[in-house]
Design a protein around this ligand. Structure first.
Ligand SMILES: Cc1ncc(COP(=O)(O)O)c(C=O)c1O
Length: 399
């Protein structure tokens, strides 16, 4: 199957590769234990948003707000921190246990210095790797694609990292970062390539903490599992973690992945039946999702575990930012994609099949993962009409 060309309207695909019988190993609780030893660890908030539930005609809309995670404005530090730790253990050849906190860990491994971390990024992952390097007292070199907005570059530099702008897109930045690998530098990439897949798998494992926290919050509030879960998709690593959690057991709900209209590589790959590239330029304001090729490490879980894939235009992301702001949640452009997808599923002609199957019925509980806070303050104010601190929880915007 080949998809029609995408424009600014949404496009919905009922994933032909979905396999309802397939089960994946459940997340390892050791990952969550690791994150609880990070400085200032707190579970992020799971918002119950009755006004959004009313608007979209469903029983409940839950929003997991990854807008402030370990002091950074996105969920990415969960993957970067766990993957860095595991890569260090592999480099050392042993686990530097017992350590109480990151300062203690940094002291135990200080003999490695001078030592560095490197990564490519569209913003959030690189900032998270830079943050880890700073905590561990390492140097850091981050590669960003041409056109990365200055606010994102400055946020990475403020973590003490050197930033190089690579001529080309995200995939070019990934290729350049791979050249940094040496016995004094670990490359912490969230996407894989032939011969490099251990660390990207660790990144995926790191993200599963989000679902352990959600499970705990739902259990303690006596709320059953959600019926529909909507997750933003770039290379698919985060969705792969989502599949690990929901498809490790007999869950009857539906997983929906959302991508930008001109960077819908996971949707296009599912339609074609194999991984396929969607060439750039990718210019969506949902910058964290501007990816042209799924991660090979993520693809097996994503291709078989996701029920629906929707691609949306930027106007839906803006709408998501505004509606989340009304609910008191500060979501950046990428972070708001899940609510933008809900709006498209609710309204667009292309999503009629989704509605006809009753997935937005009055008995349904929806879970939206908001993966990012206001990382571009100027644009946030332009879209929402108010600065982030007037909307909800005050975010760590810059250091
Ligand atoms: C804020 C945000 N949300 C979602 C994603 C998508 O994650 P993945 O690339 O693992 O699909 C990214 C990726 O950079 C991101 O930065």
């Amino acid at each position: 199957m080949t998809l029609p060309p995408t424009g600014s309207e949404s496009l919905l695909l009922h994933n032909p590769l979905f396999d309802a019988e397939k089960r994946w190993p459940a997340p390892d609780p050791v990952v969550w234990s690791f994150h609880r030893r990070m400085p200032a660890y707190l579970a992020t908030t799971l918002f119950d948003c009755p006004e959004l539930a009313r608007k979209y005609g469903v029983k409940r809309v839950l929003v997991k707000a990854e807008t402030q995670r370990l002091g950074l404005p996105s969920f990415k530090i969960l993957g970067a921190s766990w993957a860095t730790y595991r890569a260090l253990c592999d480099h050392l050849g042993f686990e530097p246990e017992p350590w109480l906190n990151i300062n203690d860990l940094a002291r135990r491994i200080s003999y490695l210095k001078p030592f560095a971390l490197a990564a490519a990024t569209d913003g959030n992952h690189g900032r998270a790797v830079a943050f880890m390097a700073r905590l561990l007292g390492f140097q850091c070199h981050i590669f960003v694609p041409a056109g990365t907005v200055p606010a994102r570059i400055h946020a990475i530099q403020n973590e003490g990292a050197a930033v190089t702008v690579v001529e080309g897109d995200y995939d070019a930045a990934v290729a350049r970062s791979a050249e940094e690998a040496s016995d004094r530098c670990l490359v912490i990439s969230d996407t894989s390539w032939p011969g490099y897949d251990v660390t990207p798998r660790r990144v995926v494992e790191g993200y599963t903490t989000i679902y352990m926290e959600i499970e705990q919050a739902l259990r303690s509030a006596g709320i059953p599992d959600p019926d529909v879960v909507v997750v933003p998709v770039g290379v698919g690593a985060f969705m792969s973690a989502t599949v690990s959690y929901f498809r490790s057991r007999a869950w009857k709900g539906a997983l929906v992945g959302v991508e930008p209209a001109d960077a819908n590589c996971v949707q296009a790959s599912a339609a074609k039946g194999e991984m396929t590239a969607v060439p750039g330029p990718h210019s969506s304001i949902m910058v964290g999702l501007n990816c042209g090729l799924p991660s090979p490490v993520a693809w097996p879980r994503v291709s078989t575990g996701v029920d629906w894939m929707i691609s949306i235009g930027d106007h839906r992301a803006r709408q998501g930012m505004q509606e989340l702001a009304s609910a008191g949640v500060v979501a950046g452009e990428t972070g708001a994609a899940a609510l933008g997808a809900l709006a498209a599923l609710y309204e667009d002609a292309s999503a009629a099949e989704f509605r006809e199957r009753g997935l937005l019925g009055p008995d349904k509980t929806l879970l939206l993962i908001v993966t990012e806070g206001a990382t571009d303050r100027g644009n946030y104010q332009a879209v929402v009409g108010r600065p982030p601190e007037e909307v909800g929880t005050l975010l760590t915007l810059s250091r």
